[in-house]
Design a protein around this ligand. Structure first.
Ligand SMILES: C[S@@+](CC[C@H](N)C(=O)[O-])C[C@H]1O[C@@H](n2cnc3c(N)ncnc32)[C@H](O)[C@@H]1O
Length: 432
């Protein structure tokens, strides 16, 4: 039934076209009513052939023009980096969004293959997903996914159309619900130490009717499941038709190896933490290497990176400064030289050499690596947590409030945009 509801939804118009035709443009022409009035008066004077008035008006026009050029008379949002840069130069660069200005390391894949979807597809998806998200059963999903990642998971599950979805880390069941919205008829397997039904006693939770739960007393860790037998029981013979979603805060290198061993190809990691942050070793951390564009770090105290990081820390809660990034012996990889696992219940110091070898291993397994961009710039979402300097350009760029509003995003509370941590989709295969 749910499927017919979904498929009967009208095909959304292209929001980008709508934007081009009707958005409040940042580059709106600079004709002011004042200038219009001056030119009207000028032509009246001309028709009256009054040279003195014309000269006076021309001088007035020139003065007004130089005033407009030399002094900004617009209101400037503290989030609007372009306007602020124009006004203040580089002096307040810690405030600006500056997406990617501190580097966005990107894992290399074997053949450099990329995802099929485009920014236009993402925009179309957003238009469809916002009203779905508004019906979510768990409105306040603190410690679970917010809007950006919910959208990413829904979009990718719907695009890939798997025959089976596996999730590791369910919490109250929000991500199970998101998967269900993407694929109304597809079987889900959910692994989580605590069954989501337990949360129902205290408040909103989601328990799915077409899901095999390895939860509560039946919990088995992803790495210990006999996947060949579970796949057989679920009638799956082609593992390329299975999507695995990890939101269990386990070392992603460990999970990648386990998934490879089981033969899964399509994986999504919810928390793809940046270097120096998070409670588990992530693909983003692993691929943050000197030889990668946007990768590697400097621990020099008076380096540009240290200076910029110090400034940005004042504006973005999750930004890390040089002292948080670097250990006592200048270990910056992982989290200050540590490979964290299991919500940081376990962590192990690793050498730079080991970290480097890990990235080579990951590259040898990757066919595709794609980080979900943030949904919108902070001038729109008013998010204050993740530092845009370490993220790729958002789907909706700063300043495009018309588009943000048309897609219904302005209706959502600010807090739902605070949880972005570079969700990543990877396609993997064993190296030959
Ligand atoms: C961040 S929450 C998941 C949030 C959820 N995906 C959502 O969107 O609301 C992490 C979950 O992983 C569970 N967890 C802890 N260890 C795990 C393991 N080894 N395998 C699977 N889940 C685990 C935790 O109990 C918790 O429910």
């Amino acid at each position: 039934m749910q499927e017919s509801v979904l498929s009967s939804r009208r095909s959304p118009p292209d929001p980008e076209e709508v934007e081009e035709n009707g958005d409040e443009s940042k580059t709106r022409k600079n004709t002011t009513p004042f200038a219009t009035r001056v030119s009207k008066h000028a032509s009246a004077a001309l028709s009256g052939q009054c040279a003195a008035v014309l000269i006076f008006l021309l001088i007035l026009l020139a003065t007004a023009a130089s005033f407009l050029i030399s002094r900004p008379v617009v209101c400037v949002s503290p989030y609007d980096s372009l306007a602020r840069t124009a006004l203040f130069g580089a002096t307040l660069d810690g405030l600006a969004s500056d997406f990617g200005s501190l580097g966005v390391p990107w894992c290399r894949s074997k053949q450099g293959k990329v995802v099929e979807w485009t920014r236009k597809d993402l925009l179309k998806g957003l238009e469809e997903f916002v009203p779905i998200y508004e019906t979510r059963p768990i409105k306040n999903n603190m410690y679970g996914m917010g809007f950006d990642h919910s959208f990413g998971l829904w979009f990718m599950a719907r695009w890939l159309k798997p025959d089976l979805m596996i999730e590791s880390g369910a919490f109250k069941g929000h991500s199970t619900w998101v998967l269900r919205q993407a694929m109304p008829e597809t079987r889900i397997i959910s692994l989580s130490p605590r069954h989501p039904e337990k949360y129902l006693k205290k408040g909103p939770a989601y328990v799915d009717g077409n899901c095999t739960y390895f939860a509560g007393k039946d919990f088995v860790d992803f790495g210990s499941v006999d996947w060949a037998s579970v796949m057989k029981k679920h009638g799956i013979s082609d593992l390329s038709r299975v999507l695995v979603f990890f939101d269990d805060h386990q070392n992603e290198l460990k999970r990648l190896k386990q998934a490879l061993k089981a033969g899964f190809l399509h994986l999504i990691f919810e928390d793809n933490y940046d270097t120096g942050t998070g409670d588990h070793y992530s693909l983003r951390q692993i691929c943050d290497q000197d030889y990668i564009r946007g990768g590697g770090h400097s621990c020099f105290r008076d380096s540009d990176e240290a200076r910029i990081r110090m400034k940005r820390k004042k504006f973005w809660e999750k930004a890390v400064d040089r002292d948080e990034l670097c250990g006592g012996d200048e270990e910056w990889w992982g989290v200050r030289g540590y490979m964290r696992d299991d919500f940081n219940h376990s962590n192990k110091a690793i050498s730079y050499d080991e970290h480097f070898q890990n990235s080579r291993f990951v590259e040898s397994a990757l066919d595709v690596y794609w980080e979900l961009p943030p949904v919108a710039g902070p001038s729109l979402t008013h998010q204050t947590r993740y530092d845009p300097a370490r993220a790729s350009d958002p789907i909706i760029e700063d300043g495009r409030f018309g588009l943000f509003q048309r897609l219904g995003l302005a209706r959502l509370g600010t807090s739902v945009f605070n949880g972005y941590t570079q969700m990543v989709y990877v396609q993997i295969s064993a190296s030959s």
